[in-house]
Design a protein around this ligand. Sequence first.
Ligand code: SF4
Length: 701
Amino acid sequence: MLKKSTHKTICSYCGVGCGIEVSVDSKGTLSVKGDESYPVNMGMLCSKGKNLNYVAQDTTDRILYPQMRWSRNHPMQRISWDTAFERAAAVFKSIIDKHGPNSVGFYVSGQCLTEEYYLVNKLTKGFIGTNNIDTNSRLCMSSAVVGYKKMLGEDSVPISYADIELSDCFLIAGANPAWCHPILFRRIEKHKEENPQVKIIVVDPRKTQTCAIADLHLQILPGTDVILFNAIARWLIEKKKIDKKFIKNHTVNFEACKESAFQLSLRKAAELCGISIDDIRTAASYIGNAKAFISMWTMGLNQSVIGVSKNLALLNLSLLTGQIGKPGAGPFSLTGQPNAMGGREVGGMASLLAAHRDLGNPRHRAEVAEFWGGKEISGEAGYSATEMFDALESGKMKAIWIICTNPIVSLPNANKIERALKNASFVVVQDISHNSETTEFADLLLPAAGWLEKEGTMTNSERRISYLPKVIDPPGEALPDVEILWKFAKKMGYEGFDYSDASEVYDEHCLLTKGTNIDISGLSYDRLKNEGSFQWPVPDPKHKGTPRLFTDLHFFTNDEKSHFNAPPKLYNQSEQTDVDFPLILNTGRVRDQWHTRTKTGKVKRLLTHIPEPFLEMNKVDAYLRNLKDGDVAVVKSRRGDVQVKVKVNYDIRERVVFLPMHWGKMLNNDFGRANNMTSDLVDPISKEPDFKYCAVQVSKY
Ligand code: SF4
């Protein structure tokens, strides 16, 4: 009989980062409930979080021991961990010797813990000698990262969830928090219920559940966000609803913003956006008259070939109105994944450096290289997520190590991803579950410990760092990801990886942040365990954390001013529709599924909400194609096609269709795999793919 125990941890799904209490009974059965003392969710959990105990307890799909195959013609066979590390090190060394360090790369995940992210970044940039370390966070927040850096000097979310209850105007653009950030949405919904005068504007080509609380839904045409935000900026300037004192004392580049905003008349902007001019005026007046204004956004803006422009145009609105650094006000990007923020803090992307240092700055690179005691760090960005798979397909990259992500389903142009993995000389997949379709492509398959089976930290959307304890043992021979990484590094012969547990990795990361804008050198595991979560920076052991940044209106830029930026692009320059491909495909999430369903797909009760993929389509478009609700259609783009049932309504704009991104190849031969069709065009600055804009045709099956 086991001793009963209760542990506080964090949900492993979205970037809201809800606190969870996990109980283990005398038979080892797990149960979960919302942590009432946790400041994010105050005891609330959404359907996904409430069912995490089933995911953790069900080990039927788990990878239990290392496996490898000698060649693609041989079957996978069970091997020991020693053999696995020897094989991995031998192949990596031989490829690096023959083709150089840029011929290998690591592709990781916003679900990795910060310690794992830190270590894989150190291994790759500091010791292997390549910056080819990227992450599925590239698909999520990289456009927002560029926007924050240009505006504030650092990738720094200025505000907290606690600002929600202090705000009187929300602009929610390209996001459906009712389904994708449910607990955060519940806080906005409650605030609106208690304060009906609070204004909520939703910008989305679809009428989603989030619109249920909106005072105004701007159902714009896909790709016209910059035009809309610029039109709002123009109205604010013309009507003198701007904060002149703030602009004069704390910003630069106002004229560039104004010039961009005045390129189009309001009438022209309304026409291009496909909405009424009065709606633009109403939205602008809500913002201009607000005492405290918050903008919220996520993939609808970020996942675009003009994702950076969309971010900059939106961020300009906060500066025009002086709505930053004060209660209830500021721009607030909603992170998709639980630890995308922590990954950015340790520089876990091909274009970043540890502790928010700048990869392009030689002094910063030298500081980090000296701290790690490894090789000189190159100033050239490595391959971003999609570039990595392009390089595998073309043969420039030979080996890839994939950790905790399922690119066969989640990356755009999925057929190309398959070709790339088939063309690779060596594919390592480190994951918890055989449910990931990517495991089929592994030459070496490594079993990793999952949620509750290892300790570490994560940072949520509001810069809140929390500790996740180890509660149960991993099944079979699975190991924590940090341990797999440091053992591989040692097998490669690298010094500086003599860790005995995750806390030592964390301490090293904290030390590297000392003196930076994200300084957490005052935040130990002990403090996190004893005092709870903290928002960075936490620069000394007595510091209580920083709920709101820039309260003194000094920003992280060299001149300490916030910077207006003219968005480089007004228009979406993605692939265009034509007679063969007349509709725009938009992709996204549904309420009860997470990413590629490797976890949520095995919880029966989560399948009751939406059990299978669907193509949402306007009734007019369906009528023109002789399609009725429930009919099977063929959706085809210039890259691939799928069959899927249609859901017909008037909630989505004409000539736009929507398909969830969760369903993959294993299920019914590509039935509904959205990324068969999506475009792998990327924003030229952020390298974030264009998931939300892909020309398709739809016909009856
Ligand atoms: Fe988990 Fe996000 Fe749901 Fe909270 S809102 S319980 S973090 S999935």
